[in-house]
Design a protein around this ligand. Sequence first.
Ligand SMILES: NC(=O)c1ccc[n+]([C@@H]2O[C@H](COP(=O)([O-])OP(=O)(O)OC[C@H]3O[C@@H](n4cnc5c(N)ncnc54)[C@H](OP(=O)(O)O)[C@@H]3O)[C@@H](O)[C@H]2O)c1
Length: 286
Amino acid sequence: MPRYAVTGVTGHFGRHVVEELLSRGVPADDVVAVVRTPGKATELVERGVQVREGDYSRPETLPAALVDVQRLLLVSGTEVGQRVAQHTAVIEAAKANGAERIAYTSVLRADTTTNPVAGDHRGTEEALRTSGVPFTVLRNCWYTEVYTAQLSQYLERGEILGAAGTGKVSAAPRADYAAAAATALLDDAAGDVVYELGGPGFSMEELATTVSQVSGTKVVYRDLPSDDYAVALEAAGFDAGAAAFVAAIDTAIASGDLETDSDDLPRLLGRPVTPLADAIRNAMAA
Ligand SMILES: NC(=O)c1ccc[n+]([C@@H]2O[C@H](COP(=O)([O-])OP(=O)(O)OC[C@H]3O[C@@H](n4cnc5c(N)ncnc54)[C@H](OP(=O)(O)O)[C@@H]3O)[C@@H](O)[C@H]2O)c1
């Protein structure tokens, strides 16, 4: 049986993937959790998972972290702008250790999208291609949690503000993408594979309607021109750069760049994607 490594396990996504691997019968000893801060993963050590230190920004930590790993899931990091160099260091260390497959969490249509987060993902996909190691690219659309994390604000204000127009987002819960990632990692695929992953698309107006239905509190969507939305974000405390970035994401949504009709996600899951209403209900219960 191959040995699997997952990075970012102290974060939400990586942790879900490790739980999926264990629940599907992969022996704990064959699961390597690569973490920047091992102290955050003591519970996994107690369960027999191999926890190894690996910091994307300290390449010297990576070769030992990836010894004897055949299949790696590289979970994209959080430091936007630094990630191509960071991820390339992980890919090189995996390759030097003889990895047979590297899976990577990218973004929907990374090669063509106007989504402003895509640059680092494009660069990492290029590094994967250059490495020559067989790869699986998991091009995840938005997590539903991007929206459900703001539920209390939506309910408090009675509105969702944005500049996404009637554009739809094929979001899905993080746990669905993670379950799909585990399936892709366990799959004895040959060659390079690219998945476009997302759930049924919803517009911001449909999001507001679903929040209203599930919560019983009326929430409406108010669409603004992109520049006005950036100004509103600044007024709410965003710095100018972050406000422009978030407004640019909505412009990408308005142009359809966060919508997909691909069925890759339900196919990998072997079931329909968790409906938006259920995700909102779960978030309200949490
Ligand atoms: N599709 C979407 O909607 C969406 C939304 C948000 C993020 N993302 C991307 O998806 C990734 C996973 O999502 P998530 O929800 O699990 O994020 P998260 O909870 O913030 O977890 C990020 C993980 O990356 C690790 N990490 C960051 N920098 C690192 C470094 N230099 N070396 C080693 N590990 C590092 C963190 O380690 P520490 O615990 O040590 O900080 C953490 O384990 C994110 O990192 C981001 O790239 C996607």
